[in-house]
Design a binder for this molecule. Structure first.
Ligand SMILES: NC(=O)c1ccc[n+]([C@@H]2O[C@H](COP(=O)([O-])OP(=O)(O)OC[C@H]3O[C@@H](n4cnc5c(N)ncnc54)[C@H](O)[C@@H]3O)[C@@H](O)[C@H]2O)c1
Length: 314
């Protein structure tokens, strides 16, 4: 089917979320709350209990083509590609198809698709209905305008988009998160500190600082001279082994997958998993509200302008 220029710019009104798991349900909730026609594709559609208000579940692809599909099924390359082939067969090229993958390579995921220009990444953070931010990432051939249309739809769900115009594995959030985690695992594995030490430093030092000044602005405020000196001493000593931490891999292989199994970095036996999740979500909501309020009350003369610091610009 030919795609007219108005199809390429029209705003997104209907959304199909594929996969009714941890992420899919939260994503569907955020679109329904934003006033979108929202479908949830699930093989368990008939038995899904409490659906978020305004979300309709279906076991088959809806007949009417949605404007946007967000795929949020398990992190398996072939499973996702199989679904994309079904979507391509069912829907015209005007339907945008976004993946919520955390770590798969968009180049491999979208290779061989009939209309690669309609494929992109839309990466949410857990819980998807809570975080006011999402990453929108171009695939290797994403058409101009598709990123902006998806970002505009995200804005209507109350989410700011970090738009990345080139595909990088892990995008922004997970690259930073995994760099930090890799070092933390290394320190725990080598006996330099405990799991609790890592979490205490994250909760009481790194986290509060990042909440107020991000990662980089804080370095400006402290002054870069000391930082550059520390960089020269510390960076060569970091874990640079290119290998997922073997202790963490072994834990998962033994079934010690965290809260759902009662055992992970912590022993959760006797804890109420639902209460734990509700407590975390409630505190996150309160913290995000607080931070939004803080931003609105910035004192005059406290907002710097971002700079491009690359030594060689393309
Ligand atoms: N869990 C997280 O913290 C998180 C955060 C960001 C992104 N992600 C990404 O989101 C995706 C989903 O993760 P999740 O944690 O929600 O997984 P999950 O296992 O909780 O949910 C996946 C759901 O998809 C269903 N499913 C499988 N094949 C399907 C198909 N062909 N059609 C429809 N439904 C199908 C499964 O039955 C399951 O209900 C993954 O790519 C993951 O990497 C996860």
């Amino acid at each position: 089917m030919a795609v007219s220029s108005s199809d390429k710019t029209k705003s997104i009104r209907s959304v199909l979320i594929a996969g009714a798991g941890v992420m899919g349900l939260g994503i569907a909730k955020s679109f329904a709350a934003g006033g979108f026609e929202t479908w949830l594709l699930s093989r368990r559609a008939a038995t899904l209990g409490d659906l978020p208000r305004g979300v309709r579940a279906t076991a088959d692809l809806p007949k009417n083509a949605p404007d946007l599909v967000i795929e949020s099924i398990p992190e398996e390359l072939e499973l996702k590609r199989e679904l994309y082939r079904r979507l391509e067969a069912a829907y015209p090229a005007t339907t945008l198809i976004a993946t919520n993958t955390s770590g798969l390579d968009l180049v491999k995921l979208f290779a061989g698709m009939k209309h690669p220009e309609r494929f992109l990444g839309a990466h949410y953070f857990q819980p998807a209905e809570v975080f006011p931010m999402v990453e929108v990432i171009a695939g290797p051939k994403t058409g101009s305008g598709a990123l902006d249309r998806v970002a505009a739809a995200m804005a209507k769900t109350g989410k700011q988009s970090i738009v990345m115009r080139t595909p990088v594995i892990g995008f922004l959030f997970n690259r930073i998160q995994h760099a930090i985690l890799h070092e933390a695992y290394h320190l725990v594995s080598s006996g330099a500190c405990t799991v609790e030490d890592v979490d205490n430093v994250a909760r009481l030092a790194l986290g509060p600082r990042m909440c107020i000044t991000g990662l980089l602005q804080q370095k400006d405020i402290s002054g870069l001279t000391v930082h550059a000196t520390a960089q020269r001493g510390i960076v060569p000593a970091l874990a640079h082994d290119n290998t997922p931490n073997p202790d963490v891999q072994a834990m998962v292989a033994r079934g010690e997958i965290g809260l759902p199994a009662g055992k992970g970095f912590y022993d959760w036996v006797g804890c109420d998993a639902r209460a734990v999740r509700e407590q975390v979500t409630g505190r996150l909501n309160a913290l995000i509200d607080f931070l939004n309020q803080q931003q609105k009350s910035d004192r005059p003369g406290t907002r710097p302008k971002p700079r491009d610091i690359r030594r060689t610009k393309k």
